[in-house]
Design a protein around this ligand. Structure first.
Ligand SMILES: Cc1cc2nc3c(=O)[nH]c(=O)nc-3n(C[C@H](O)[C@H](O)[C@H](O)COP(=O)(O)OP(=O)(O)OC[C@H]3O[C@@H](n4cnc5c(N)ncnc54)[C@H](O)[C@@H]3O)c2cc1C
Length: 463
């Protein structure tokens, strides 16, 4: 019986790869995941996932997709000490228009360390006997521009062999070579767009002060593109084990320093408000060095627009659309794309003609909302694009600015904005007549003068 199942090979064993593997077995396949790294037996760092040293929040739109693909995943994260952060109830955030109030919950986020999240996903996915893991490096596709038949894989000892499959999925992340592989098969170049805010990320892990190890809110100092110090911002996210991960960022010429002393100074004196710096000075204990990355450009390959597409080949995750991490959407998009692939495969059946093209289009649709949100904001960073923002960009940004200003003093609008940010609802809800009227009217309550931390939270953090 099992031997008659269609086969798939998924390249890359990170979040997009593992969740797509899961989606394909739910659609009836046997799957081999090919991963370059030796995947660790625990929630620990690995070479192929350097971004794990930085804040990784999972928005609820992604968390729900994760749970649908892997029932029990959220429970395991919670059991490992990850909190469930109701938005904006347990968030203290300074928007460009002032402090958000801590409104009643709409969406939520899961603030796990990335190593833990991947470990939970890995355990659940690889426990499935229909999914096997092979160590090796994908080196190129086999087949023609009409149909892919498999993939060449270089083993750890550098011997090369071909894995044949009914479907090959590229989930190798930002460094994917899919576009080049396709032109190598004689297909036209894929349309590609890049919008690079130039943001640099610097992150450090801390042990929270003892009294603040449970229930402390996420702190977010957002950048204000209109002010000086364009792009400067920071996040303090309480993760499992009573730790805080702190990520600071800044745009071109405004980058956070990589040294420990400079990092804390930037948190205190370099952002729009010193709260994160004050919290670090209140008894947080550093647990390692500062990690820096410049891997923040938005880059999308419009594979779904190709005039021709080979049978049996699919690209998912960051390999399709890598996003500026400041909006925290990459993992949620990967999970939602995997769900979309599962639905297409269930409907059409693996091996059916045109399946790959339809699945690629479904992935393109899941990417769109997060792409529009990120690019709509990032085109305003100096040097992000060759031509700068268009008139449409400016009109949209003016409306979004109005919405954010209103959200600071109107709970109903704040919840709509949060739902869209969390990928729970589509951006069209922000154009509903009642929301447009509210945005024109502006905030119902005055701006807050100080961060909305409770007295207990201040005391617990040594403020
Ligand atoms: C600094 C930073 C912070 C981020 N913060 C957030 C956040 O807060 N929230 C959020 O939702 N997202 C965030 N993201 C995005 C998130 O990390 C990615 O969207 C997510 O990891 C899914 O990516 P992926 O699985 O497509 O690729 P990756 O996670 O990059 O994984 C690619 C995998 O492919 C393997 N590989 C590469 N080449 C080959 C090959 N030739 N053969 C075999 N294996 C190969 C790699 O070893 C790796 O395991 C952040 C990203 C960055 C860079």
């Amino acid at each position: 019986m099992t031997e008659d199942r269609p086969t798939a090979v998924v390249l890359g064993g990170s979040l997009a790869g593992l969740l797509t593997a899961r989606a394909l077995v739910a659609g009836g396949a046997r799957v081999t995941v090919v991963e370059r790294d030796a995947l660790p037996d625990g929630p620990v760092p690995r070479k192929g996932l350097p971004q794990a040293r930085h804040v990784h929040q999972l928005w609820s739109g992604g968390a729900r997709a994760l749970e649908e693909l892997l029932p029990g995943a959220i429970g395991r994260l919670r059991a490992a000490g990850v909190s469930r952060v109701p938005m904006t109830t347990d968030m203290v955030a300074l928007s460009p228009y002032g402090w958000y109030r801590r409104w009643a919950e709409s969406a939520f986020m899961l603030p796990a360390s990335r190593d833990l999240l991947d470990w939970v996903v890995r355990q659940l996915v690889l426990a499935d006997g229909r999914i096997s893991l092979e160590r090796g490096e994908a080196a190129g596709l086999t087949g023609t521009g009409g149909a892919v038949t498999g993939v060449r894989v270089r083993a750890h000892d550098s011997a090369e062999r071909t894995l044949t499959a009914d479907l090959v999925v590229d989930a190798t992340g930002r460094g994917s070579r899919a576009a080049g592989w396709l032109t190598g098969l004689g297909l036209p170049a894929v349309e590609r767009r890049e919008v690079d805010s130039g943001l640099v990320y610097a992150s450090r892990l801390y042990r929270a002060p003892a009294a603040a190890r449970a229930g402390f809110p996420v702190v977010n100092i957002e950048p204000d593109p209109r002010g000086s110090g364009t792009g400067r911002g920071g996040v303090l996210m309480p993760v499992e084990d009573g730790k805080w991960i702190v990520t600071l960022f800044g745009g071109r010429g405004d980058e956070p320093p990589a040294c420990a002393a400079g990092f804390e100074r930037y948190a205190r004196d370099g952002l729009r408000h010193p709260l994160i710096g004050e919290l670090l000075g209140g008894g947080a204990e550093p647990l390692g060095e500062v990690a820096v990355t410049r891997t923040t450009a938005n880059r999308r390959h419009f594979f779904e627009r190709m005039p021709v597409w080979p049978e049996n080949f699919l690209v998912v995750g960051d390999a399709v659309c890598a996003l500026n991490p400041v909006y925290g959407h990459g993992m949620a998009v990967a999970a939602r794309s995997a769900l979309a692939v599962r639905d297409v495969v269930r409907r059409r059946g693996l091996g059916s003609r045109g399946l790959a093209r339809q699945a690629q289009r479904a992935v393109g649709r899941t990417v769109r909302a997060a792409w529009d949100l990120a690019v709509g904001a990032d085109v305003f960073y100096p040097g992000a694009t060759e031509k700068g923002p268009t008139l449409r960009d400016r009109v949209l940004a003016a409306y979004v600015g109005r919405l954010l200003r209103t959200a600071a003093g109107n709970g109903r609008v704040a919840r709509r904005v949060t739902d869209v940010t969390a990928l729970e609802r589509g951006a069209e809800v922000l154009l509903a007549p009642s929301v447009v009227v509210a945005a024109v009217a502006g905030p119902l309550r005055p701006a807050l003068a100080a961060p909305p931390l409770t007295r207990e939270e201040r005391r617990s953090a040594g403020l």
